[in-house]
Design a protein around this ligand. Structure first.
Ligand code: ADP
Ligand code: TRP
Length: 323
């Protein structure tokens, strides 16, 4: 039987290279070999987003982004989270056997509070909602970046606890976080993230992408000085876009003092723009046909609800909620 691979993306604005290599590109590749489940996590966004029009727009935008990048709704399950309300039901059921101590250790919650985000119960419960997303579809693998690792460990703990308490009901999910793309660096060398303002966006106009690439922080070595490619953000990003001989050539040139940072940035910019050009065109087309996208999402929700209904029936029976 094909393995089930599942991931979600919060509708929170413009996608960046970290999202693409950390999660989306891999999901698109998995479409061919696995049963793929991908959804727009709008219930997760509700923990911090309370503007109705913005929520609607960002949700549709996120769906358009995924479709433009190569998600094929005929080959996978592709839907918006709020179209499967059973996920919220399962969140409650799982909350009732999740120890407070487990939740209190969540880094992402602690980080958000430290940054001054106002705490609400939804934000605290976020990892349980994420667990419900995964378990309701009986996922085997969850491709994410390293920042989500702890959430995956919590999902496993909760699934094991449920199975022990109520009998085997859920597949225990495995995180899928390959070392090479666990943390894609941003323009300042830290993890690329919207919240750090260090992103290189995918769908922005070329001049905006150019500005971001030119902002990549380097040391001040001149063109002919030998430079270490490893850990150098330009080279680390270039490697993601090019074949091994191409990236090896850049590494050699850096080591031998045959290339300066300015020229290397130009090379990087060129491959970024070339890589995303066809996706940008597709995105524009979809953005001009929102009804088409809405139809795709409605069909996707119907398709995935067959899976979630089956799981929920098992859950209701296992817990005695079905009397
Ligand atoms: P951001 O940190 O910009 O808010 P999200 O949290 O929305 O990004 O991440 C969406 C997906 O992309 C997640 O699976 C996350 O693990 C992955 N991801 C985001 N940034 C990176 C990165 N710099 N390196 C690897 N994966 C990433
Ligand atoms: N929390 C994830 C993020 O911010 C998005 C997400 C929600 C998710 N539910 C999920 C990812 C289930 C994987 C599986 O990126």
């Amino acid at each position: 039987m094909k393995k089930r691979v599942l991931s979600g993306i919060q509708p929170s604005g413009s996608l960046h290279i970290g999202n693409y290599f950390g999660m989306i590109k891999r999901m698109i590749e998995y479409q061919e070999s696995s049963d793929l489940f991908l959804f727009v996590a709008n219930l997760h966004s509700l923990t911090t987003l309370t503007d109705k029009e913005k929520m609607k727009k960002l949700t549709l935008d996120a769906a358009i982004d995924m479709l433009a990048l190569g998600i094929n709704p005929d080959k996978c399950y592709f839907w918006v989270q709020s179209d499967v309300p059973e996920t919220a039901e399962l969140t409650w059921i799982l909350s009732c056997l999740t120890p407070m101590g487990l939740m209190e250790r969540a880094h992402s919650f602690k980080d958000k509070i430290a940054k001054g985000v106002q705490a609400n119960l939804g934000l605290f419960n976020y990892p349980v909602l994420m667990t419900a997303d995964i378990l309701i579809n009986q996922a085997d693998f969850v491709p994410v970046g390293k920042d989500q690792k702890q959430h995956l460990e919590m999902a496993r703990d909760i699934a094991i606890k449920f199975n022990n308490e109520f009998g085997k009901t859920f597949t225990i999910p495995e995180p899928d976080i390959p070392k090479e793309i666990a943390v894609i660096p941003g323009t300042d060398g830290q993890k690329m993230s919207k919240s750090y303002g260090n992103t290189i966006p995918i769908f922005a106009p070329d001049n905006v992408i150019k500005k971001a690439v030119m902002r990549i922080v380097t040391d001040s070595k001149s063109v002919d000085e030998a430079k270490e490619p490893k850990g150098n953000t330009i080279y680390e990003l270039y490697k993601l876009f090019t074949s091994k001989p191409e990236s090896d050539k850049m590494a050699e040139d850096f080591k031998k003092g045959k290339i300066g940072y300015g020229d290397a940035k130009k090379k990087l910019l060129k491959v970024i723009i070339e890589t995303f050009k066809p996706f940008k065109e597709k995105r524009e087309h979809l953005a001009n046909h929102p009804k088409k996208v809405e139809t795709i999402l409605a069909k996707g929700a119907k398709k995935v609800r067959e899976v979630s209904h089956q799981t929920m029936q098992k859950v209701r029976e296992a817990t005695g909620l079905k009397y």
